[in-house]
Design a protein around this ligand. Structure first.
Ligand code: BT5
Length: 267
């Protein structure tokens, strides 16, 4: 049975849980949108500042990577996009990975669930996906990038909300703990965690890289990486490169650096 949605997200409730300085400087809350990343891009093109957040109760065209869809039922999950400006080129490739670390920490902080990451940006509980992150470049300002980082967190979604084909691979806080979680408290924790990590991205990049490595269950595994328009690569996932790429040691001993692809854990 689908439980009733918890209280609707409102600017007042969100503000009451925000302890951030930049993230959430402007808050845009919606009922239904096509995609919060699309709305955020639109706001940015009309001058929305760094740290603007867009939140919706549901999305009709929630986006994943490579044109895939993000299932976004109403009133139960978090669909959040954050506008980030003046991102140096070397920090850009770390935005999605940093977003994934923030989501994993925020879920763990509220629920104590053991969140892990699958490279590049899947947040997992055991081997099921509880959240995903999609960073998209908005444009350039003064040589630096403007980026929107979108985060979809499955909070109070029950199995009935999930299309049958995704049930074996998707989960939510409700499914894992048997209890609904407070979406606004989770959002507040996520914004604070992301703000701290985002600051560290410029000042303590090695700390972010270390945090990512510690959470990433892909490392050390035999994997297959599927890449659009290219042959699959197979090998051992050895490390994360300084730009966030996955270092894969092929069976011929050669090291490959992969910047975009879908990882399948083989063992
Ligand atoms: C992602 O893509 O994981 C990025 C998802 C980002 C969604 C957020 S929501 C707020 C913001 N606005 C947007 O429009 N998007 C962002 P990818 O790695 O390509 O994973 C997509 C795949 O995950 C799909 O093909 C499904 O297999 C699976 N999937 C779809 N919806 C899911 C859900 N709610 N929970 C778990 N898995 C899901």
């Amino acid at each position: 049975m689908i439980p009733p949605p918890d209280s609707p997200l409102s600017i007042e409730a969100i503000r009451a849980h925000l302890t951030t300085r930049t993230i959430g400087v402007t808050i845009s809350v919606h009922g239904e949108v096509d995609s919060t990343n699309r709305v955020a891009a639109d706001l940015w093109s009309h001058g929305a500042p760094n740290g603007t957040i867009v939140i919706a109760e549901s999305q009709t065209k929630g986006r994943g990577r490579l044109g895939r869809r993000w299932i976004s039922p109403p009133g139960v999950n978090l669909y959040l996009s954050i506008v980030l400006t003046h991102i140096t080129p070397s920090a850009s490739s770390w935005i999605p990975l940093t977003g994934a670390v923030a989501v994993a920490r925020a879920i763990n902080g509220l629920t104590k669930l053991q969140t892990k990451l699958k490279w590049p940006n899947d947040v997992l509980i055991a081997d099921r996906k509880i959240a995903g992150v999609l960073a998209e470049t908005l444009g350039h300002s003064d040589g630096d990038n403007a980026i929107v980082v979108g985060m979809g967190l499955n909070v109070n979604m029950s199995p009935d909300h999930i299309p049958e084909e995704l049930r074996p691979i998707a989960t939510s806080i409700l499914i894992e703990t048997g209890r609904p979680a407070d979406r606004v408290a989770l959002l507040g924790g996520l914004c604070s965690t992301f703000e701290t990590l985002f600051h560290d991205l410029d000042h303590h990049r090695t700390a972010i890289m270390q945090a990512y490595r510690e959470l990433c269950v892909t490392l050390g595994k035999q994997v297959r990486v599927e890449m659009t328009g290219r042959e699959c690569a197979e090998g051992t996932a050895e490390d994360i490169a300084p730009d966030g790429a996955l270092r894969l040691r092929g069976s011929d001993g050669k090291m490959l650096e992969i910047r975009a692809g879908d990882v399948v854990h083989l063992g």
